[in-house]
Ligand binder design. Structure first.
Ligand SMILES: [Fe+2]
Length: 212
């Protein structure tokens, strides 16, 4: 089981990283505005009470795949965030909620996300989500979209990230903004991907696949 203290430390590490990036003033205006929104909404969350139902470990196989692939810190920029999550990977509340698909029958065993703030998370919010996404090695997370605005912070692994048809390799330390309903996908190489994410806006509507 994830301790509330560990969950809070991980949340705080992301929050501090976002605050530092915002304060540095080097992000594009849209990214800076979204960081400010995430920080404002996180400040409204009641962190004095944790829902223990969502602190129970799920034991997802993606954690085993991460360990066998050798997940590594992305460097100084994200070191504190990475280290706040790493000892607790087994204890995070991993889930995967997409419908099964014939072209990727084992995808639910190879990737998952663990939410610490959100509608279904230890710390409840209907306005903001914060969590960790893990994608095992050599996997395509197929094109998908969701109405929530999404900010990713890459912690480990350089995957090929596609948004609105444009693909870029995004190394650790990169902040990636997905506007509402933009079609996006990720493809990992031999290195798995670990990334922290935040959602704002319509956070209660799940992501759905967009078939090409
Ligand atoms: Fe997304």
């Amino acid at each position: 089981m994830l301790s509330p203290t560990a969950a809070l430390a991980a949340i705080d590490a992301v929050r501090q990283h976002f605050a530092a990036r915002f304060a540095a003033g080097l992000e594009p205006p849209a990214v800076a505005a979204e960081l400010a929104k995430v920080l404002t909404l996180l400040a409204e969350v009641d962190f004095s009470r944790a829902d223990e139902q969502h602190l129970r470990a799920s034991g997802h196989p993606v954690v085993t795949r991460l360990r066998s692939a050798g997940v590594a810190s992305g460097g100084a920029a994200t070191e504190a965030v990475f280290r706040a999550f790493l000892p607790h990977l087994d204890a995070l509340p991993w889930r995967f909620s997409y419908e099964p698909r014939e072209d990727a029958p084992d995808i639910g065993e190879r990737m998952a996300w663990a939410e610490l703030v959100g509608p279904i998370a230890p710390f409840h919010s209907h306005k903001v989500c914060l969590g960790l996404t893990a994608i095992g090695p050599d996997l395509l997370y197929p094109t998908h979209r969701h109405p929530a605005v999404e900010t990713y912070l890459v912690l480990s692994g350089t995957a090929a990230w596609t948004a609105a048809g444009v693909t870029r390799d995004q190394p650790p330390g990169t902040l990636i903004l997905h506007p509402s309903n933009i079609v996006h996908a990720m493809r990992t190489t031999a290195a798995p991907l670990l990334a922290a994410y935040a959602w704002t806006g319509e956070v209660e509507t799940l992501s759905e696949y967009v078939d090409a």
